[in-house]
Write a protein that binds this ligand. Structure first.
Ligand SMILES: [Zn+2]
Ligand SMILES: [Zn+2]
Length: 219
């Protein structure tokens, strides 16, 4: 997410390096972590480039369980470093279920379930980003009321124990009723055009490099 002078990244997956080079992501003001599975954090070493460029640690927002997992899996980042060693410098900012401020913007964390694992989605004004959900609790659906732009995970046609299928995600998208819902976290079973042709108006698959305007709220 970029614009109005604020550049936010949701998760830092294995292909972050390629995405950053390809789409010219020259700055990072903060990273919002949904959870600590590899496909969402494996690109974390690339944060070093932004440390060097910006001369500062990059703020990372995540829950205590997400940070616990990050500390275990990337222990070298959090251990004292010998001279010459280069590790990402993260400014860890723990969040819970309360709204928090990022660069003057109000961000509401959204609890969703990924099988048994709680995962954090994020709402900024009229936009919400939810990934790796298999279940969205009723309280979270309430928090999504009035959202105009929604990113939601939809893995494949067949049901999956820890990810929404296309039909499950479509049902949730229609219930939330955003003007535009974009499906993400898609696997290779889906042909882009075929899958889109079966989706209702206002719902479509997202794609790499997609751009649209959102309207976040000031803190
Ligand atoms: Zn996951
Ligand atoms: Zn994932």
């Amino acid at each position: 997410m970029s614009g109005e002078g604020v550049d936010l990244l949701v998760d830092c997956g294995a292909d972050f390096r390629q995405q950053a080079l390809h789409f010219g992501i020259g700055r990072l003001d903060a990273v919002l972590l949904t959870h600590a599975h590899s496909d969402h954090i494996a690109g974390i070493d690339e944060i070093r480039l932004y440390n060097w460029k910006q001369g500062a640690a990059i703020p990372f927002f995540g829950t205590a369980p997400t940070f616990d997992s990050l500390r275990r899996r990337f222990d070298y980042i959090f251990e004292p470093m010998q001279a010459g060693g280069g590790v990402p410098q993260l400014d860890m900012r723990e969040i819970d279920r309360e709204a928090f401020e990022v660069c003057g913007l109000r961000v509401t964390p959204l609890l969703v379930m990924h099988g048994k694992l709680p995962v954090t989605g994020f709402r900024l004004g009229d936009f919400a980003y939810i990934t790796d959900a298999s279940f969205i609790p009723p309280e979270t659906l309430d928090q999504l009321a009035g959202v105009r732009y929604l990113i939601l995970n939809a893995l494949r046609y067949k049901p999956h124990p820890t990810h929404l299928s296309i039909s499950e995600a479509t049902e949730i998208a229609l219930r939330i009723g955003a003007e535009r819902t974009y499906f993400t976290h898609i696997n290779h079973d889906l042909d882009h055009d075929d899958a889109n042709s079966g989706l209702p108006p206002g719902v479509e698959l997202a794609w790499d490099g997609m751009r649209f305007d959102i309207h976040p709220e000031a803190w």
